[in-house]
Design a protein around this ligand. Structure first.
Ligand SMILES: [Zn+2]
Length: 84
Protein backbone atom coordinates (compact mmCIF):
# COMPACT_ATOMS: atom_id res chain seq x y z
CA UNK A 1 0.00 0.00 0.00
CA UNK A 2 2.67 2.45 1.06
CA UNK A 3 4.70 1.80 -2.03
CA UNK A 4 1.67 2.48 -4.21
CA UNK A 5 1.11 5.88 -2.61
CA UNK A 6 4.73 6.77 -3.14
CA UNK A 7 4.56 5.85 -6.80
CA UNK A 8 1.50 8.01 -7.27
CA UNK A 9 3.29 10.89 -5.67
CA UNK A 10 6.22 10.49 -8.00
CA UNK A 11 3.96 10.46 -11.00
CA UNK A 12 2.33 13.64 -9.79
CA UNK A 13 5.72 15.28 -9.41
CA UNK A 14 6.69 14.28 -12.94
CA UNK A 15 3.52 15.85 -14.28
CA UNK A 16 4.25 19.03 -12.35
CA UNK A 17 7.67 19.19 -13.94
CA UNK A 18 6.18 18.72 -17.37
CA UNK A 19 3.65 21.45 -16.71
CA UNK A 20 6.42 23.72 -15.59
CA UNK A 21 8.43 22.97 -18.71
CA UNK A 22 5.41 23.73 -20.85
CA UNK A 23 4.85 26.94 -18.94
CA UNK A 24 8.47 27.92 -19.44
CA UNK A 25 8.06 27.16 -23.12
CA UNK A 26 5.12 29.53 -23.18
CA UNK A 27 7.20 32.02 -21.27
CA UNK A 28 9.49 32.15 -24.28
CA UNK A 29 6.55 33.18 -26.39
CA UNK A 30 5.63 36.02 -24.06
CA UNK A 31 4.97 39.24 -25.89
CA UNK A 32 7.20 42.14 -24.91
CA UNK A 33 4.37 44.59 -24.45
CA UNK A 34 0.87 44.82 -23.02
CA UNK A 35 -1.68 43.51 -25.50
CA UNK A 36 -4.04 46.39 -24.79
CA UNK A 37 -1.99 49.56 -24.22
CA UNK A 38 1.34 48.36 -25.68
CA UNK A 39 3.23 49.33 -22.57
CA UNK A 40 6.67 47.71 -22.67
CA UNK A 41 7.11 44.54 -20.64
CA UNK A 42 10.51 43.70 -19.24
CA UNK A 43 10.85 39.92 -18.81
CA UNK A 44 13.86 40.43 -16.57
CA UNK A 45 11.92 42.62 -14.14
CA UNK A 46 10.66 40.20 -11.49
CA UNK A 47 8.04 42.56 -10.09
CA UNK A 48 6.68 43.02 -13.59
CA UNK A 49 6.63 39.29 -14.25
CA UNK A 50 4.69 38.82 -11.01
CA UNK A 51 2.19 41.62 -11.45
CA UNK A 52 1.39 41.34 -15.14
CA UNK A 53 -1.19 38.82 -16.27
CA UNK A 54 -0.69 36.21 -18.93
CA UNK A 55 -3.58 34.66 -20.81
CA UNK A 56 -2.73 31.50 -22.70
CA UNK A 57 -4.98 30.21 -25.43
CA UNK A 58 -3.39 26.83 -25.91
CA UNK A 59 -5.72 25.84 -28.75
CA UNK A 60 -4.56 28.78 -30.83
CA UNK A 61 -1.03 28.81 -29.41
CA UNK A 62 -1.53 32.44 -28.50
CA UNK A 63 -0.09 34.16 -25.47
CA UNK A 64 -1.50 37.51 -24.46
CA UNK A 65 0.00 39.77 -21.89
CA UNK A 66 -1.72 42.49 -19.89
CA UNK A 67 -0.27 45.13 -17.61
CA UNK A 68 -1.93 45.46 -14.15
CA UNK A 69 -3.95 48.51 -15.30
CA UNK A 70 -5.42 46.85 -18.35
CA UNK A 71 -5.94 43.60 -16.45
CA UNK A 72 -7.86 45.54 -13.82
CA UNK A 73 -10.02 47.09 -16.51
CA UNK A 74 -10.55 43.73 -18.17
CA UNK A 75 -11.65 42.16 -14.87
CA UNK A 76 -14.10 44.99 -14.27
CA UNK A 77 -15.57 44.59 -17.74
CA UNK A 78 -15.91 40.84 -17.24
CA UNK A 79 -17.59 41.41 -13.86
CA UNK A 80 -19.96 43.92 -15.34
CA UNK A 81 -20.90 41.52 -18.09
CA UNK A 82 -21.42 38.68 -15.62
CA UNK A 83 -23.41 40.76 -13.13
CA UNK A 84 -25.34 42.88 -15.50
ZN1 LIG B 1 -1.82 47.76 -20.60
Amino acid sequence: MKRRVKRNKNRKKKRKEKELQEKMGMFDKLPDACDACEKTFDKKDKSMVQSWSVVVREAQGVVRLYCPNCWDTAIKVIEEVENG
